[in-house]
Every structure is written in C-alpha cells, then in structure tokens.
Design a protein around this ligand. Structure first.
Ligand SMILES: [Zn+2]
Length: 161
C-alpha cells in the first residue's frame, strides 16, 4: 500500500475545522488500488474535510476520465467522470464501514481514502458502456432500424398473390 500512503487523511491531527486535499489519481493510482473495473484513468480529486462535534464530513469532487472496456468491441474506451459525494467518518474502537458511515480507530485517527475514491469513480460507470461508433453499428444492425431485406419483400408479394 506504500504507493497510496499519500491518500491518508489525518483526522485526529486537524488543526483547523476545515482542511482541503487535492490529488491527481493517475494510472499509478489505479494500478496500486487494483480495482476490478478501472485499470487506467486520470482524475482530479478534491477533498474537503469538515470537522463537527465528534464527526467528520468528507466532501469529494472527482473530475476526469477513466478507461473502461467497450461492451461491444471489447476495446478500451474513455469515460468522462464528474461527481460529488460525501462520506461521514467517526472515531471508535475498531475500523468499521457500514456504507454511509466509516468508523476509524481513535488510536490511529487517520483514514486512507484511496479505495473510497476508486469506488466513487467505479460507481459512475453505467451498466452498459459502448463507443459511440459501436452504438451506431448496433442500431443499424437491429431489425427495427435497418432496411427490410428485399428477399422478404419478394416473399410477401408471392404470399399475397
Ligand atoms: Zn466499441
């Protein structure tokens, strides 16, 4: 995890009630995270940490592109990503993540947000993702959009006679 040490956020040591971070999540980031959906990309990540009484609100902003595989031709395609999301963090005895809220051990007082950033980006990938050109090919090949086969027209004529 050495490569991702830079994504560690020190909550316990916050000297201000608001602290900002900024990262460029690049190919090195994605290869270090080793997530299943995204292997390459370049994301501009801004994080603002707000401390309230006993809790922390982490506001993420992601903007950039990630590379995914086209569903149709299986070639890589760039997918623009732009999203904002928040994560609530509290201190506790042990690490826990219930989806909406993360608990970090008070004795450590830090959270590494590398995986969270990856997940926020991966959540933006639509279920179906194809190149624009591949999408057009799909449309023109579908029977409702394509021209009627002339042999069918001939056959219909014969049947109707
Ligand atoms: Zn394609």
């Amino acid at each position: 995890m050495g490569k991702l040490d830079g994504y560690k956020v020190d909550l316990k040591g916050m000297t201000d009630d608001t602290v900002s971070y900024h990262w460029q999540a690049d190919n090195d980031f994605f290869s270090a995270v080793q997530g299943p959906e995204i292997k390459h990309g370049l994301l501009d990540v801004a994080l603002r940490v707000k401390r309230t009484s006993g809790a922390f609100k982490l506001e993420f902003q992601l903007k950039g592109e990630v590379e995914v595989t086209c569903d149709r031709c299986l070639e890589p395609m760039d997918l623009p990503i732009e999203t904002q999301t928040t994560l609530d963090v509290v201190m506790g005895d042990d690490y826990a993540d219930d989806g909406d809220q993360v608990t970090v051990p008070e004795r450590e007082g830090t959270i590494n947000v590398a995986w969270n950033i990856y997940e926020f980006a991966a959540l933006q990938i639509p279920l179906r993702h194809v190149h624009e050109t591949c999408e057009q090919e799909t449309l023109s090949n579908s029977p409702s959009m394509g021209r009627t086969d002339p042999r069918w027209a001939e056959l219909k004529k014969m049947i109707n006679k």
